[in-house]
Design a protein around this ligand. Structure first.
Ligand code: GLA
Length: 372
């Protein structure tokens, strides 16, 4: 490797088509990587630190390699610090560098800006160290950075999609075995539309961890009844047989997980058969379940999804990602996207007083690395 080598590294945000809040229950999910990305321009600086700057912020932050444990509460730079720490702990060479971050994944949108930042930072550190990094290893390290450093006890979906996404494909990701099958994203006359409800979601982290804990509590009870390793191992028939063992709240949470797993299988069937109407109905059912059983939506996301679902050009719509705000993903006739966005945003504004925002994005590759 040339010691003064400069790289441009990117990793993607993601949209999850269906399979929400089941990655940490060992389920299969169906995300795709987006052309909204975090781009990192990096070059060695010969020092024992990372000098961070952003194209979109005034902030400048120096991460000293002897103090990498200490940056958890930084407003900006904490994800990068967590990644550097875990990269070194995993036994890799950590090379001092200047790093410019340029994020086109909107923050707090449910499109995984954090995963894009983590994965691209790790891929940049790997490029500097002259390593041919395995994207799955980078995804797993990024997930650990999110859990151990940022304190969100997340599943593997976002980081995996960010690292391993493929242009034109959704990923049927088995979160129990961490393996994925690429499914061509062929939607016929339809396309995906992302609309942000623009509701700030400050409690997202703690509520997320609470839901995760509830699924673990439910699993501990059900393991006494059935030989299951994770909630996703439960078939709908198993669940109906044993559900009375659970208190009402955990019964609702588990019902979401079990039937959402089933909807993912059906959604892949529908996609492969080109049955957009069926796929759309599954998206709607997923949103209803997140709203009523898992309770990770809220008034604004519900209003936005309902407005989309009612629109004649829309086959189905649901909130994507961790929830409590962020974006809906809708299946919309490609020839009616502008009209759809206008009508739905207007109805949403009348109901909530908020302006929704459309993001233009394609389904794209995960990590890219270019030597400059
Ligand atoms: C967040 C997490 C993911 C996943 C989703 C919900 O995006 O980071 O691991 O649990 O929420 O499906």
């Amino acid at each position: 490797m040339n010691g003064s080598q400069e790289f441009l590294v990117t990793a993607a945000g993601r949209v999850n088509l269906i399979g929400e809040h089941i990655d940490y229950c060992g389920g299969k999910v169906l995300p795709a990587a987006l052309s909204l990305k975090n781009a990192v321009r990096v070059r060695p600086n010969g020092e024992n630190c990372i000098r961070l700057s952003w194209t979109t912020l005034e902030e400048k932050v120096t991460l000293d390699f002897s103090r990498l444990e200490e940056y958890r509460s930084l407003r900006y730079g904490n994800y990068q610090a967590g990644c550097a720490l875990l990269w070194r702990q995993a036994g890799h060479a950590l090379v001092g560098c200047d790093m410019v971050q340029d994020c086109s994944v909107p923050f707090g949108s449910g499109l995984s800006s954090s995963a894009a930042i983590e994965v691209s930072t790790l891929a940049a550190l790997a490029a500097l160290a002259g390593e041919q990094a395995d994207p799955v290893e980078l995804a797993l390290l990024a997930q650990r950075a999110e859990r151990e450093y940022a304190g969100v006890n997340c599943g593997i979906m976002d980081q995996y999609a960010s690292a391993c996404g493929k242009k034109g494909y959704a990923m049927l990701l088995d979160c129990k075995n961490v393996t994925c099958e690429y499914v061509p994203l062929e939607l016929g006359a339809y396309t995906l539309v992302l609309l942000d409800c623009n509701k700030p979601h400050s409690l997202a982290g703690s509520k997320y961890n609470e839901r995760r804990q509830e699924t673990e509590d439910a699993l501990a009870i059900l393991k006494k009844k059935l030989p299951v390793e994770c909630l996703a191992d439960l078939s709908p028939a198993d669940f109906e047989r044993v559900k009375e063992a659970l208190p009402p709240l955990l019964q609702r949470r588990t019902a979401h997980v079990v039937y959402e797993c089933d909807r993912v299988t059906q959604a892949v069937e529908a996609m492969r058969a080109g049955d957009i109407a069926r796929l759309g109905r599954l998206l709607n059912a997923s949103h209803k379940s997140l709203s009523e059983l898992y309770e990770t939506t809220g008034a604004e996301p519900d209003a936005l999804a309902a407005a989309a679902q009612r629109h004649p050009a829309c086959a189905g719509s649901r909130l994507t990602g961790g929830g409590f705000g962020g974006c809906t993903v809708s299946l919309v006739r490609a020839d009616s996207v502008a009209r759809f966005c206008e009508d739905v945003c207007e109805e949403y504004r009348q109901k909530t007083g908020l302006s929704a925002k459309a993001y233009a994005a394609e389904i794209d590759d995960g990590i890219t690395v270019r030597a400059l």
